[in-house]
Design a protein. Structure first.
Length: 202
């Protein structure tokens, strides 16, 4: 508001920009898809305010950590994978700029350097649940999906990787199953079960 934005209109425009990223067909980075939409609402001069958004993520956004869960076993999972020589990717829906995603990584007790790649709106051209999002990661890192495992808590957005030939594990802590899909056949469990599964299968 202090910068001349109507708060309600701003929130609506950010949701519209998010929808534009989710619909991105790979013709541009998600960052550009967002800003094209945003500038379409507020005018091209709005692009000059991009530093304001970066400042928000560096400062006010940090308060979100208070509402986020934390589990030290996430660190154990990453350490185990690295000990086994795995290439570790944070395949988080690339709707945020890097500055925000790096904050979220640290809130989980991890470091950006723990990952060979973490997806952000600057480095991605698709979003979940588009399978092309995962294909883009595989191509960037020259990975064979048959040698990959996707661990995620969202049935609709993460478990679709099975269709690409990946092994999957459904982390049922903070489970998201919007369509109430049958998950009985999926390897699944909490962090303890995940650690045991990785020990046995990698």
């Amino acid at each position: 508001a202090p910068h001349g934005y109507d708060p309600d209109m701003l929130v609506k425009s950010i949701w519209q920009g998010t929808a534009a990223m989710i619909k991105n067909d790979g013709s541009c980075r998600n960052e550009e898809a967002f800003w094209q939409c945003f500038a379409g609402i507020f005018g091209e001069d709005a692009r000059k305010d991009e530093p304001l958004f970066a400042d928000f993520y560096e400062h006010e956004f940090q308060n979100v950590q208070k509402a986020c869960g934390y589990d030290p076993r996430a660190r154990q999972v990453i350490d185990l994978l690295k000990e086994k020589g795995c290439t570790v990717v944070l395949a988080t829906n690339p709707l945020f700029p890097a500055v925000a995603t790096e904050s979220r990584i640290r809130w989980a007790g991890l470091e950006p350097s723990d990952f060979a790649l973490y997806t952000t709106y600057e480095n991605s051209s698709f979003c979940k649940p588009n399978p092309a999002y995962y294909r883009e990661i595989l191509e960037k890192l020259e990975l064979d999906p048959k040698e990959c495992i996707m661990v995620g808590n969202d049935v609709g957005e993460d478990m679709i990787t099975a269709g690409l030939g990946m092994q999957v594990f459904l982390l049922t802590d903070c489970l998201i199953n919007k369509d109430n899909a049958d998950i009985s056949a999926l390897p699944q469990g909490g962090f303890d079960e995940l650690l045991a599964f990785l020990q046995e299968n990698i």
